[in-house]
Design a binder for this molecule. Structure first.
Ligand code: TXA
Ligand code: MG
Length: 307
């Protein structure tokens, strides 16, 4: 059920769950100080309890009370990228419930750049919110996507289509350097100006606990089988670009091949559309650059294809 700001705040404050819009994707929100609601998020999403949640706040001051003392660099990153699609993994203090951070000594924080949700955060305080999709499914970038996964009973704060369309970029420290724990809406190259270097993308290391638990799980996957190499085969539709010709095959259009922002914005809606149209098999045109936002798009498509 769609709700307005006042109602969303009421539901959160009485200890229940509401889906909220952000500039990246919709989130499934609970107040940080409502353990029952946090438990409910893990349950209805089908999320493993060892996969921690991101804490959303309205102002950087809201983070200092939940973390240990922070290096100056954090404030410089905050200044440059917040509000926005950056999530920082920082050493948490005891005020962050263990359930939200899956027992880790760190917690993930971000200040989203979305007007209504900003108002909501000012009204109710810190909110935990994973992406508002069933675990493993493509994320939700429209209220309809949230309803598709969770039904009409779940309250959804109406906020239109998400402007960025892919999740925030997660940065965390490892061996004295910032690393990209998850590629996202802000390309790695964008951090060079603040950090003095382009942070490496974290790789999942065999036999080692991952620094970002989300790396362990299947993500973004439609029911349709996706193929991200070779050429389109008989019986496959094409997930591709408006300005290319695929010799008469049915196309699901991501956008234009020179507009990565447009492609990111449409990405999850297109993956969801494959299922709405009961498509069984699709070939994805991966013939695009591998820098900037394109890198994130490639990563999402490969994960969606389970590669
Ligand atoms: O754009 C976004 O980030 C969206 C919107 C709603 O803000 N949220 C989102 O949340 O993508 P979720 O739960 O789908 O992904 C959060 C990721 C997971 O991969 C999780 O493992 C990682 O953040 N994470 C959370 N806390 C962490 C921590 N303390 N250390 C390492 N990774 C952490
Ligand atoms: Mg997610």
């Amino acid at each position: 059920m769609r709700v307005n700001l006042k109602k969303a705040a009421e539901i959160l404050l009485r200890g229940d769950v509401v889906a909220i819009p952000t500039e990246t994707v919709y989130g499934l929100a609970a107040c940080l100080n409502q353990p029952k609601a946090i438990e409910k998020i893990f349950k209805i999403k089908g999320r493993p309890s060892n996969n921690p949640l991101i804490i959303h706040v309205s102002h950087v001051d809201g983070i200092s009370g939940l973390t240990q003392s922070l290096p100056n660099e954090v404030y410089r990153l905050a200044e440059a990228f917040w509000p926005g699609a950056l999530t920082l993994v920082l050493p948490a203090n005891e005020k962050v419930p263990l359930m939200a951070r899956a027992g880790l000594p760190t917690a993930a924080f971000r200040i989203p750049n979305h007007e209504i949700t900003h108002e909501l955060l000012k009204m109710v305080g810190p909110i935990v919110a994973p992406s508002a999709n069933l675990s493993g499914r493509p994320s939700a970038t429209k209220p309809e996507h949230v309803e598709e996964d969770f039904g009409e009973d779940l309250a959804v704060l109406e906020g239109g289509s998400c402007q960025k369309g892919v999740e925030s970029t997660i940065l965390g420290m490892s061996e004295g350097q910032w690393k990209v724990y998850r590629q996202g809406s802000i390309p790695s190259e964008a951090f060079a100006e603040v950090l003095g270097y382009i942070p490496d993308v974290l790789k999942l290391e065999k036999d080692k606990a991952p620094l970002c638990p989300g790396q362990l799980y299947r993500h973004y996957a439609p029911k349709a089988k996706l193929r991200v190499s070779g050429e389109p085969l008989d019986g496959e539709v094409v997930v591709g670009f408006a300005d290319r010709n695929y010799s008469g095959k049915k196309i699901f259009i991501l956008g234009h091949s020179d507009k990565p922002e447009e492609v990111a914005q449409n990405l999850y809606a297109i993956l969801r559309q494959l299922d709405q149209e009961h498509i069984k098999a699709a070939w994805v045109d991966m013939n695009f650059p591998r820098y900037g936002l394109w890198q994130t798009i490639a990563e999402r498509l490969k994960k969606a294809a389970n590669e």
